[in-house]
Design a protein around this ligand. Structure first.
Ligand SMILES: O=C1O[C@H](COP(=O)(O)O)[C@@H](O)[C@H](O)[C@H]1O
Length: 260
């Protein structure tokens, strides 16, 4: 498997019987990468999406993870965020806070949420500025092949239309090469105003997992799997899917990519 700039990825598909087993598989995977990153770098930088993925992460608040995970070393970011107040029902931050952040000893200063008092454009540019500072101090690692941040782990969900983060099929934001964080004001899924990491940042992470469940997403997952079989393995694949007539009934699992 090779990315467009020649980077190599190793990945696998993990399929589960039900969402409870999916949640266990996911938190085992997260705990393993957290341990490895803390051992190697002294930090664990993780970027979260919103949506159903976050509910699965609730298992991290249970034993043994609540005691074994080195929470003090976690630095938490958002791959994408809706430009709404932090206490708004659509806020990805609010969801993560309720499910995880308020229940484990993560340091508040290690939680990098967006500025919800400014426009989408300003929020994206401020978020990129914050990221640039953290890359300078290597709290977030840097990619060897470009100057992008190299998160230890990026967790993505996927919509039925194949969107990941707030990168929607055929949207111009998919083609951005130099920005790390961008904004959109025309999201096909409400709310319309969002900020999102760009594909170069997502494709530079050490590890990426795309977590998907439900019948509504089966078509999109089938296309991703076909894409993998054809050796087209960028995360971008998921965004460029569109629709297909080849159906699977449902899907419950996640697929991983590890930068070699
Ligand atoms: O709008 C969004 O949707 C996707 C998928 O959400 P899900 O609830 O269908 O799992 C999510 O990954 C993204 O972060 C979010 O902003």
């Amino acid at each position: 498997m090779a990315d467009s700039d020649g980077s190599k990825y190793k990945g696998d598909f993990r399929i589960f019987e039900n969402v409870d087993e999916l949640a266990t598989g996911l938190v085992d995977y997260i705990a393993e990468i957290s341990e490895m990153s803390v051992k190697e770098r002294g930090f664990f930088s993780i970027a979260l999406s919103g949506g159903s993925l976050i509910s699965f992460m609730g298992k991290l608040c249970e034993a043994p993870y609540n005691k074994t995970v080195d929470w003090g070393k976690w630095h938490i970011f958002w791959v994408d965020e809706r430009v709404v107040a932090k206490n708004h029902v659509d806020s990805n931050y609010k969801l993560a806070k309720e499910v995880l952040l308020s229940k484990v000893p993560i340091l508040p200063s290690h939680v990098y949420s967006i500025n919800d008092n400014v426009s989408a454009e300003e929020a994206a540019s401020e978020y990129e500025f914050v990221l640039r500072q953290l890359v300078k101090t290597r709290t977030v690692n840097v990619s060897e092949s470009n100057d992008c941040p190299k998160f230890d782990l990026i967790l993505l969900g996927m919509g039925p239309d194949g969107h990941i983060a707030s990168l929607f099929p055929w949207h111009a934001s998919l083609d951005l090469k130099d920005d790390w964080v961008t904004y959109i004001t025309d999201s096909p899924k409400p709310p319309p105003e969002r900020i999102t990491f760009t594909l170069p940042v997502i494709n530079s992470a050490s590890n990426v997992a795309v977590v998907v469940s439900g019948a509504a997403k089966a078509v999109a997952v089938k296309l991703v799997i076909d894409g993998y079989c054809e050796e087209s393995t960028e995360v971008a694949t998921a965004c460029r899917l569109g629709r297909s007539s080849r159906l699977m009934d449902s899907w419950c699992g996640f697929w991983t990519m590890r930068l070699l």
